[in-house]
Design a protein around this ligand. Sequence first.
Ligand SMILES: [Zn+2]
Length: 368
Amino acid sequence: MSRKPTPEQIRRAPKVLLHDHLDGGLRPETIIELADTVGYTGLPAADPATLGAWFTSAADSGSLDRYLETFRHTVGVMQTRGALERVAAECAEDLAADGVVYAEVRYAPEQHLTEGLRLEEVVEAVQAGFAAGCRRAAERGTPIRVGTLLTAMRHAARSREIAELAVRYRDEGVVGFDIAGAEAGYPPTRHLDAFEYLRRENAHFTIHAGEAFGLPSIWEALQWCGADRLGHGVRIVDDITVDDARDADGARLGRLAAYVRDKRIPLEMCPSSNVQTGAADSIATHPIGLLRRLRFRVTVNTDNRLLGGVTLSDELAALVDAFGYDWDDLEWFTVNAMKSAFLPFDERLALINGRIKPGFAQLKWAVR
Ligand SMILES: [Zn+2]
């Protein structure tokens, strides 16, 4: 058997996903059924295959703003308790079916209030859905754990309130906080109050930074706001000069890039999403290749499975094709992600030693 990991083998590997949006990962058939139930009439297609294709092509526009526009439809059908529960349950099941053993899934509660739900009701519906999905996945023999990140929209003004919500539900499966949305014009420091509150509460948070916008956004997220991780962070390469792109030894790191690497700041990289929004030209030229060689704390993520038409296994398989990664590389990405999760240390260790290492050892042994 070939030593190159095949898509089917990658699907069987125990994987970890830190950056996945609940409202960007719905099944197309679920969107259609929910639209029918709740009377949402704005969908651009009436059958699942056409609707799925519409999302990926709209998301392929090369513009982050156009990409974000597609969420109007998914968020539009996620305004009732039943819809939120169903979407969350299916999310857990779909990730488990792809071999993900631990996932952090994020969404913005403030975007699900148009039919009269309160923020607490939104959070409780999503948590009930994840619990149901995890239960069903375990019954099928594919156990998964899901931690929730509550997101605040960076153009809005509710970040402190959402941060307080994340702390209130920290013992009910909410493991952290994030800000997301259009990056240009909405710097992380606009939400400093929320981040200072979270730090006082010993809570964890990541910040979407360095995706469409460059180094100042990353610098603010880390040095002003104190982010534990960077959502994307791909523009950190702007602070790295390489004489020969194929030789990591020729790289010179600026002070911010050195800080990110020295402090082992996790980068939640989402290669195919970056290609879709124009943050990268292609997978083959994606900065993840350089950042992995330079041993930044790189993790691999899906961002929005519906919009990208991808699973985490697809994402890893594309990197295997582009960069020739082997099982050791894939295990390194996975352990990096598990180390960087917002779970307690002992639980991270239990997943690394109990599921990830044995799972990869078995796959490596099978393909010797
Ligand atoms: Zn994202």
